[in-house]
Design a protein. Structure first.
Ligand SMILES: [Zn+2]
Length: 218
């Protein structure tokens, strides 16, 4: 990853709060991310010290979650749902910004299929892609993109052996705050309804709701 790009995207994300540097925290979050996403590169998971329950992602694969949101997760399946939703946003950006498709090529292992939009990866110059990616810390929030990311997260959750209903339970607990920021006020109900309908339609049930690892208890 281009150092300058990383710095700029980090500066944006750090406006949420400082990173939690306590030993074992990043590793524990990455482990959950790996379970649900199937791959690490180009993803980079971090915990941000903030009581505001939020999760964000950037085009270079950074997926950051606040301590405030992790505190609201009753189990690992709920946190995995949040991470899967953000990873789905990252891959949406690959698709919407063609020059970012190269980042997908950079994955050493394939991401979970549920989290990837359809379409092939064009062999584009990676350096150019990441440089342009620095301009593309897109604030997502369109209802269609949220619905797509929610559905992808649901499928990834089930695919990883977690209880797919965990995501709805978390959204219910968060209420109108949503986990992506205040602009989703009032939409939480609709999102929960969509998730529940998809779960019924695809007959997704069962799965685990393991406790959060000790490192992720704040
Ligand atoms: Zn979102």
């Amino acid at each position: 990853m281009d150092a300058l790009v990383r710095e700029r995207q980090e500066a944006f994300l750090l406006s949420l709060g400082p990173l939690v540097k306590k030993q074992g925290v990043k590793e524990a979050l990455t482990e959950v991310g790996l379970r649900v996403a199937g791959a690490v590169a180009p993803l980079d998971f971090e915990v941000v010290d903030s009581d505001v329950p939020r999760s964000v992602s950037a085009s270079n694969g950074m997926v950051w979650v606040t301590t405030g949101l992790i505190k609201r997760c009753a189990n690992e399946a709920q946190l995995a749902a949040v991470l899967a939703h953000e990873v789905a946003h990252v891959t949406q950006r690959f698709e919407q910004l063609p020059h970012l498709r190269a980042l997908r090529v950079a994955c050493r292992r394939p991401l979970a299929p549920a989290l990837l939009p359809d379409g092939g990866a064009a062999p584009i110059d990676l350096n150019r892609a990441v440089r342009q990616g620095a301009e593309a810390v897109v604030a997502f929030g369109h209802p269609k993109e949220e619905a797509d990311a929610d559905e992808a997260a649901l499928l990834a959750l089930a695919g990883a052996g977690y209880d797919p209903a965990a995501y709805e339970v978390l959204l219910e607990a968060l209420g109108d705050k949503g986990h992506d920021g205040s602009r989703f006020q009032g939409r939480a109900r609709r999102r929960i309804e969509l998730l529940s309908a998809t779960r019924a339609e695809k007959k997704l049930s069962g799965g685990k709701t393991p406790a959060l690892s000790k490192s992720l208890r704040f």
